[in-house]
Ligand binder design. Sequence first.
Ligand code: AMP
Length: 309
Amino acid sequence: MRVFHTVEEVVQWRTQELKDTRSRESIGFVPTMGCLHSGHASLISKSVSENTYTVVSIFVNPSQFAPTEDLDNYPRTLPDDIKMLESLNVDVLFAPNAHVMYPQGIPLNVEKQRGPFVSVLGLSEKLEGETRPNFFRGVATVVTKLFNIVMADVAYFGQKDIQQFIVLQCMVDELFVNTKLQMMPIVRNSSGLALSSRNKYLCPKSLKIAENLYRGLKAAEIAIKGLASGARLSRSEIIDIVTQIWAPYVDSHDFKIDYISLADFKTLDELSLVENTREQQPLVISCAVYVTDRENPNTIVRLIDNIVI
Ligand code: AMP
């Protein structure tokens, strides 16, 4: 595997490897923030199986972190990540530093930022955007930069960050970007907990409790899928199903709910009811929950999860 830290190295590799523009060679790309786990590996394996070359990037992108968030503490495990990428037969790792990606510097305070930024208005303000107002501006900006450097045919993203996928799909469509996006299913542990780099912050007991995130969403899915023909459930009935399962953990202060959303899969508009009819469009039930670590109560980890129905 080649490991590159500069844009020039990636561009040079690309022009050398893909000299014959008439051939069917393709580049698959998986952008990550590192601390790789089996969720990332599923995206990477898919890319390796579908493309001539696979490029993975590891970059903890400052512009998607608010000044109050965990940029400095975000887990960084580059030597282990490199081992995993080599075992998965990745061709290129691009691991730039912040100066390469943001030549004018990247203060976390948005008012002090300089240079080009990409906003996807309308979708970015919803759900995650309500709590993290500049998050998708940071994501769309870094992904645009990475797409322009790697010039991949296809890029793989996880359903775990479903709003990210929907925002980026809109960006690619409407900025006429020449890289196709593919969404891959959420990889979970055997108890249903979605794998996440941030799970590392939690002790085993709190990780066990965090498994209830999925249990709650799953109960709502079962209720929706079990609707008789023509029957309906209101938004509040569905949200009650989830909160009832989470109630013991809210009461014990293990969980603090940030949001539970029941939304149209394409527009992310909130739904007031769900019906079992042919007209019912695909929907996504998603959540963000603050989980307080039992061993170290100063550690509060914001976890997200979702199910597409
Ligand atoms: P991150 O390193 O957290 O930015 O994630 C990089 C990519 O991996 C994103 O497209 C995520 O959606 C995806 N990803 C993270 N966790 C999982 C998971 N448990 N299952 C599938 N994809 C995931």
